[in-house]
Design a protein around this ligand. Structure first.
Ligand SMILES: [Zn+2]
Length: 142
């Protein structure tokens, strides 16, 4: 990866804003246009063990924890970034997890000001939260 590529996603990431979601609570929004397949950023959070992650997730309604191979990232105290991204069954971003990082990429071209969404997929909600994403293919539960 070149230095230029790194700088570009850092700028996209720094431009993200938090605001009122069109379908639930707060959401994460693109500050500028993002090209399809482009890296948007990485999930930031406190590095904790997997057992601790499951303990913290229990009983929480809003979970800002991503589990990786050997540890987890808890963004509960993080004031910006992907902890604010909402789930959609037809999202405009996707997550790619390495052993140590959870990276976000654009699934398609995204307009400036558009709300970012991701498919939470396997997370600790265990399909118990009702989904209000409004997508035509909505599964109904997160
Ligand atoms: Zn849905």
């Amino acid at each position: 990866m070149t230095a230029g590529t790194t700088q570009r996603w850092r700028r996209i990431y720094d431009e993200l804003t938090v605001g009122r979601s069109s379908f639930t609570g707060q959401g994460l929004f693109a500050g500028g246009a993002i090209r399809a397949r482009e890296k948007i950023g990485e999930f930031e959070g406190e590095v904790i063990g997997l057992r601790e992650a499951r303990r913290r997730a229990r009983g929480r309604r809003i979970i800002a924890i991503v589990e990786l191979e050997r540890h987890a990232l808890d963004a509960t105290r993080t004031r910006r970034g992907f902890r604010y991204i909402n789930h959609s069954c037809d999202p405009n971003t996707f997550m790619r997890c390495t052993d140590t990082r959870a990276e976000f990429y654009a699934r398609r071209a995204i307009r400036a000001g558009e709300e970012l969404t991701v498919d939470y997929g396997e997370c600790q909600h265990d399909g118990k939260l009702r989904c209000r994403c409004g997508a035509a293919n909505c599964r109904g539960w997160i």
